[in-house]
Design a protein around this ligand. Structure first.
Ligand code: SIN
Length: 503
């Protein structure tokens, strides 16, 4: 496996059939399920394991028995406020088992019962336990196994710290990517391009997402005029750790799945006032309810309480959360955990069909960056990793069936860039995050959205062109923010995670 992009002209090993942008579960799993006759380039702008998947604590929702299909479908549609694409929900749920088995074959360890069967848990909106998991770090475990497996494959090259500036579009189809590593440019032509570049969390001040989540995938798709939709549907996780120095750490919903309850600052249980499923209501409802409760109590934050559970069990089941909280002086087996809703996940994105095809030829999208229609207006917990593996496998099947190796006329052109301007974008980034966090958060007002749009436009107009990766990231954040706000303004009624007041 090659891992370093060097001046590659004339090097026949630098011919790629497929380029995948992003090294999360969507990107790596797709690479592994593609036919090994293809040469595959995976590019990732940071280190290979720095991706949103790596921070996924909960697990993979999977109806492994046929008798659970209809319940899982119903729970998904209820959580999504019925805005989901029903045919997509059906397919993704029914193909769970095949893909979970593939993950196990690739070496993923899921937690098991004493009899060897897979352990399953519940999260908000699930009517039964169906989430397979590895303690409280499922994403990290899957990524570990997929990286190890990818390294064994001769046909997969992973290039770290390599940023995709843009897609190359010729005659209305995508024919390659423009990559940048420091000040070196590589134009890579390939037959098929898959965007698996993750989410948008870094547009918000507090988010569970990885630092890579700057909306790059959505933004490059917009520039080539691929359809992008439903960007107003953003999931805010009800329980981010609420400590001054640490407002980006996720306290998994699996705690509530295992019996934890939310309490207001007086120590009272409150979810019963807002939904019959109480603490296990769908996530949009819980985040909105916490926001109302904080307003009612005139304070900032609520608590999650798991102190009634056996402490040895809690330490064994949630070691990452236990240890992380302990670093901040909170023993979760004895004390309430301070929590607050924070940004978590994007339901909208690049529109794709059930085989991951975008509206532009040769271009696919997979994972959080894509909008398959499974999530509707609010994602059911732990359906995202399921969506990523099922769609990734379907993209691979589509390419394996339709791309003859002989079609590949890949080439790489290389050139050095001259730095236009040394500049640090921290002011712009902070401004974008302030605007999104104060005007485009859980409860939205039309006037505030319009104000946010104007402010984002002003930063965009004032941004001087540059050729650094930092510049391209800020440009992508601005393009993505604009699209989110426009879609939010255009959806006049509240639906799922989009709660709007027309004033
Ligand atoms: C969590 O562990 O609460 C997050 C799982 C998910 O986002 O699906």
């Amino acid at each position: 496996m090659k891992t370093e992009l060097v001046k590659p002209m004339g090097d026949k090993n630098s011919i790629y059939d497929v380029v995948i942008i992003g090294s999360g579960i969507a990107g790596l799993y797709t690479a592994l399920t593609l036919d090994s006759k293809y040469n595959i380039m995976v590019v990732t702008k940071n280190e290979v394991k720095e991706c949103n998947s790596n921070y996924a604590q909960g697990g993979v929702a999977a109806a492994l028995e046929e008798e659970d299909f209809n319940n899982h479908i119903k729970d998904t549609l209820t959580a999504g406020s019925g805005y989901n694409e029903k045919s997509v929900v059906d397919v993704i749920i029914k193909e769970a088992k095949e893909n979970i088995m593939n993950l196990i074959d690739y070496g993923v360890n899921f937690d098991r019962n004493e009899d060897g069967s897979l352990k399953k848990t519940k999260e908000g909106g699930h009517s039964r336990s169906r989430i397979v998991h590895y303690k409280d770090s499922t994403g990290e475990e899957i990524i570990r196994a997929l990286i190890e497996e990818s390294k064994k494959r001769k046909n997969i090259d992973i290039f770290e710290k390599t940023f995709c500036v843009d897609l190359i579009k010729e005659d209305s189809k995508i024919t390659g990517v423009i990559l940048q590593k420091e000040m070196k440019r590589f134009d890579v032509k390939a037959s098929k391009i898959i965007i698996a570049a993750g989410g948008i969390g870094k547009l918000f001040s507090n988010s569970t997402n990885s630092i890579i989540a700057t909306g790059d995938g959505v933004s490059m798709a917009i520039r080539v005029k691929a359809e992008v939709m439903d960007m107003e549907f953003i999931q805010f996780h009800p329980t981010g750790l609420n400590i001054d120095e640490e407002r980006n750490f996720l306290i998994s919903e699996a705690l509530r799945g295992e019996g934890a309850v939310l309490r207001n600052q007086k120590g009272e249980l409150f979810m019963g006032k807002y939904h019959p499923l109480k603490d296990l209501a769908p996530r949009d409802i819980v985040s909105q309810s916490i926001t109302y409760e904080m307003e009612l109590q005139k304070n900032d934050g609520v608590f999650l309480d798991i102190t009634h559970k056996d402490s040895e069990y809690v330490k064994e089941r949630f070691p990452q959360i236990y240890n992380h909280c302990l670093e901040f002086g909170i023993d979760i087996t004895k004390e309430y955990i301070p929590v607050i809703p924070i940004h978590h996940y994007l339901m909208g994105g690049i529109k794709v069909d059930i085989n991951g095809k975008t509206t532009i030829n040769n271009l696919y999208a997979c994972g959080e960056v894509s909008r398959t229609g499974i999530h509707g207006a609010n994602r059911l917990a732990s359906n995202s990793l399921l969506e990523a593996i099922v769609t990734g496998n379907r993209i691979s099947k589509d390419i394996n069936k339709n791309l003859a190796k002989i079609d590949c006329k890949s080439e790489i052109n290389y050139y050095d860039l001259k730095l236009m301007k040394e500049y640090n974008y921290s002011n712009e980034i902070n401004e974008i995050r302030n605007i999104m966090s104060s005007n485009v958060f859980i409860i939205r007002y039309e006037t505030k959205l319009k104000e946010a749009l104007e402010k984002i436009q002003k930063i965009t107009d004032e941004l001087e062109e540059n050729n650094t990766i930092a510049y391209y990231e800020v440009r992508n954040m601005l393009v993505t923010a604009k699209k989110i706000i426009e879609d939010a303004i255009n959806r006049k009624e509240s639906l799922g995670s989009h709660k709007i007041f027309n004033k």
